[in-house]
Design a protein around this ligand. Structure first.
Ligand SMILES: Nc1ncnc2c1ncn2[C@@H]1O[C@H](COP(=O)(O)OP(=O)(O)OP(=O)(O)O)[C@@H](O)[C@H]1O
Length: 353
């Protein structure tokens, strides 16, 4: 039921649009990479050991104590899901693009009813546990992830080395196996010609800036994911604390850049925001790229008090609803690119007006 609901409803907890700095920080994610002793990493697995890992993971993830902590948690093999359904979970950020593409019988997902907790099985590592919360709530996400992790560890034999910590498929995750990340809307920083320098300086401080769907994807709609590069040598609390304070600094920079825009080019700013609002509320055909760019301008206008009567939650929902797989689901049949653009425009008009 949980997974079926997730597939039929674009809304998910991280889209709430409420919480600390919700207008700039859309969501906070904490993920832990874990592997089982005595089983090869997924890319070296044969089918038998892949199935065994699935079985062990399923038993642990659906155990009584996990169900008591994580409401409505449900496990499913990805084989039971159509390619479209996998894409929908990917568009909702509940599974990675890599898992959505995964072939064969040995990939799984567990999901909580509110969709804040999801666990990918046999992705790059045996288990990838993620907690996704709205706004800047890394500490809260970590607290929940840590509790779920403890319960899983009491049932599963995790690969752990006294010196190195948790062992992971990619050496960059060894240690805590933790990647914390924030998805941020940074239009003012992106519009300055300092943006590249700014992102480079973050990487020198040990943070990575990624696009909308994580590693190897492009930033769209001025949405950036900032996460920790280092997983070793610091405690989980330190990693979370560092990313939280860097996020606050980025928010401050974004606010400064917005103040500058308001002071130096208010008319252009208003024109950009209202032009985008006009297009979104009137267009009959709109591409995904165009929609996401105008949604970014509308979000900026809303946050700067130029626009009212639009909710952040609605804008967050549209980010997912207007993606190709969701539109296809909504249409109830295969649709070509032209009809997708038509349906997208209709959906946005109805949502915003
Ligand atoms: N703060 C966030 N809010 C929503 N989704 C996020 C956030 N951070 C990451 N994601 C999503 O999680 C998925 C995986 O992202 P990414 O590739 O950056 O991380 P990862 O797979 O955990 O990292 P690694 O490179 O160490 O394997 C992507 O779909 C991405 O969009």
């Amino acid at each position: 039921m949980t997974i079926e609901n997730a597939l039929n409803n674009p809304y998910t907890k991280w889209m709430e649009g409420k919480g600390p700095h919700a207008s700039i920080v859309i969501s906070s994610r904490v993920r832990l990479a874990r592997n089982l002793n005595d089983y090869n990493f997924p890319h070296l697995q044969d089918e038998e050991s892949g199935r065994k890992v699935m079985e062990l993971a399923k038993d642990a993830l659906t155990a009584q104590e996990v169900q008591e902590l994580v409401d409505g948690i449900e496990f499913m093999s990805l084989e039971e899901l159509s390619p479209l359904d996998r894409l929908i979970l990917m568009e909702k950020h509940l599974i990675s693009p890599q898992l959505a593409d995964g072939e064969g019988p040995c990939h799984g997902i567990a999901l909580s009813e509110d969709e804040a907790v999801s666990v990918m099985v046999n992705e790059e590592d045996h288990l990838r546990l993620q907690v996704l919360f709205p706004a800047l709530q890394l500490k809260e996400a970590w607290n929940l992830a840590s509790k779920v992790d403890d319960l899983l560890e009491s049932r599963l034999d995790f690969a752990f080395d006294e010196q190195y910590g948790y062992l992971t498929c990619c050496p960059t995750n060894v240690g805590t196996g933790l990647r914390a990340s924030v998805m941020m809307h940074l239009p003012a920083i992106a519009m300055t010609n300092q943006a590249n320098r700014f992102f480079m300086s973050l990487s020198k401080l040990g943070f990575v800036v990624r696009g909308l769907y994580g590693e190897g994807t492009q930033a769209k709609g001025n949405l950036f994911q900032v996460s920790n590069q280092i997983t070793l040598g610091l405690s989980e609390e330190e990693l979370i604390g560092n990313l939280t304070s860097v996020s606050r600094q980025i928010i401050e920079q974004e606010q400064l850049a917005r103040d500058e825009m308001r002071k130096e080019s208010l008319a252009q700013l208003e024109d950009m925001v209202f032009r985008s609002y006009g297009i979104l509320t009137n267009a009959y055909i709109i591409s995904s790229e165009e929609a996401v760019a105008h949604l970014s301008n509308v979000r900026l206008g809303l946050d700067m008090g130029l626009l009212r009567d639009v909710q952040f939650r609605k804008l967050n929902e549209l980010l997912v609803e207007t993606r190709p797989a969701f539109l296809r689901k909504l249409a109830g049949k295969e649709i070509d690119a032209f009809n997708r653009d038509f349906k997208r425009a209709e959906l946005i008009r109805n949502s915003l007006s």
